[in-house]
Write a protein that binds this ligand. Structure first.
Ligand SMILES: *Cc1c(COP(=O)(O)O)cnc(C)c1O
Length: 366
């Protein structure tokens, strides 16, 4: 039997893209949605009205001001970016990760990150034609410093990502391990840019931002998504102006739209509201971890993020049982062997957490 002729699509689209599954976002209609680390709280009604008035003034007919100088200045102040450092804005930090990949994509270059970790590091590397080196964490999800240094020596990656705290594990890596990696990447073991991804900083309350001045090969990436503005798509990358200047060249010129810019400027005037929501979620994280920790056979891993990673006796069964009770969480058990039987649940309001715990109790007894 002869093999069928490739179709026009198959002759044009890259083989690795043809072979991929589409990024699957499950239907969450009518569900208690605890799968995506969203902040469950909205802005108070009075602020929403003020924001609506502000947005009504925005000139939708005009292109955004190139490079959003006002928003960058405001972010630097509110987010304590050290003096002398610059920021680059992205349409979510996902876009910043893609821009980084594009900027370093020399033939043979690679990106290195601990695994299990955030999937976009590997995906953006693949799309840009870069290699991806995943270095397994230890079984307790701490950084394996020796394995990281060995992989750095072997692969000499252009970029190293360290998510602080890490997704999907919630771990806050040891700062000395991280510093050793950043230092080793200053020519001692390899020449690499180290990007500390602080998507969950509001829940960790620890940051590498002040240490930007200490290391010439360090960038700190943040997003407003997990803080409560996932819908506006805004991420920022802070670091020495010499790095930002180069990365800015691959940025699509109008990547932050006028509505996002105006919304972010407004919300940054009221950042105390979001900080207070984050504080409530940190309290809820403690309560939820304690409640889940009472089950025999359930392990709750320490988390510095707005989600908990738990290990259950049978992740697929519990996930389905929760789904049948209209609770959507994330089954991460097939992502990596270290995550066998692990589920990830977003910390939400006391009401939604109670609904989850009720469904979880019933699911454990099915
Ligand atoms: C959610 C997440 C991001 C992506 O954030 P966006 O700004 O919404 O694109 C980046 N890094 C980590 C580790 C995340 O979990």
């Amino acid at each position: 039997m002869s093999t069928p002729e490739p179709t026009l699509i198959q002759r044009i689209i890259r083989d690795d893209v043809l072979a991929m599954g589409a990024y699957h976002v499950p239907d969450s209609h009518g569900m208690v949605k605890l799968d995506a680390m969203e902040n469950p709280y909205q802005l108070p009604p009075a602020l929403r009205q003020q924001l609506a008035d502000r947005l009504a003034q925005v000139a939708l007919n005009r292109y955004p001001v190139p490079s959003s100088a006002a928003l960058r200045a405001r972010l630097k102040t509110v987010m304590d970016v050290p003096d002398g450092m610059e920021v680059l804005l992205g349409n979510g930090s996902d876009e910043l990760i893609s821009m980084l990949a594009m900027a370093v994509a020399r033939p043979g270059a690679s990106v290195l990150a601990p695994v299990p970790g955030f999937v976009m590091y590997a995906m953006s590397a693949q799309f840009a034609g870069l290699g991806f080196v995943g270095v397994p964490l230890r079984a307790d999800f701490s950084l394996d410093r020796e394995a990281m240094l060995a992989a750095m020596a072997e692969h000499r990656p252009a970029v190293i990502y360290l998510a602080y705290p890490n997704n999907p594990t919630g771990t806050l890596f040891d700062a000395d391990d991280m510093a050793a990696i950043v230092r080793a990447a200053q020519g001692e073991v390899c020449d690499s840019l180290v990007v500390v991804d602080e998507a969950y900083q509001p829940f960790a309350q620890q940051s590498w931002m002040p240490r930007l001045t200490e290391f010439g090969n360090l960038l700190v990436m943040r997003t407003v998504s997990k803080l409560g503005l996932a819908g506006i798509r805004l991420g920022y990358l802070a670091g020495a102006p010499q790095w930002i200047e180069q990365l800015d060249k691959v940025r699509p010129p109008y990547n932050v739209n006028v509505l996002t810019e105006a919304t972010a400027l407004f919300v940054l005037e009221h950042v105390d509201v979001l900080d207070e929501q984050a504080a409530r979620l940190r309290e809820q994280r403690t309560a939820l971890a304690a409640a889940l920790g009472r089950y025999d056979g359930v392990t709750v891993f320490p988390s510095a993020a707005n989600f908990l990673l738990i290990r259950v006796p049978d992740a697929a069964r519990i996930f389905d049982a929760l789904l049948s009770r209209k609770v959507l969480i994330k089954n991460v058990s097939k992502m990596h062997p270290l995550l066998t039987n692990c589920l990830r649940v977003t910390v939400s309001t006391p009401e939604e957490n109670a609904l989850f715990l009720e469904a979880f109790a019933a699911s454990m007894q099915d």
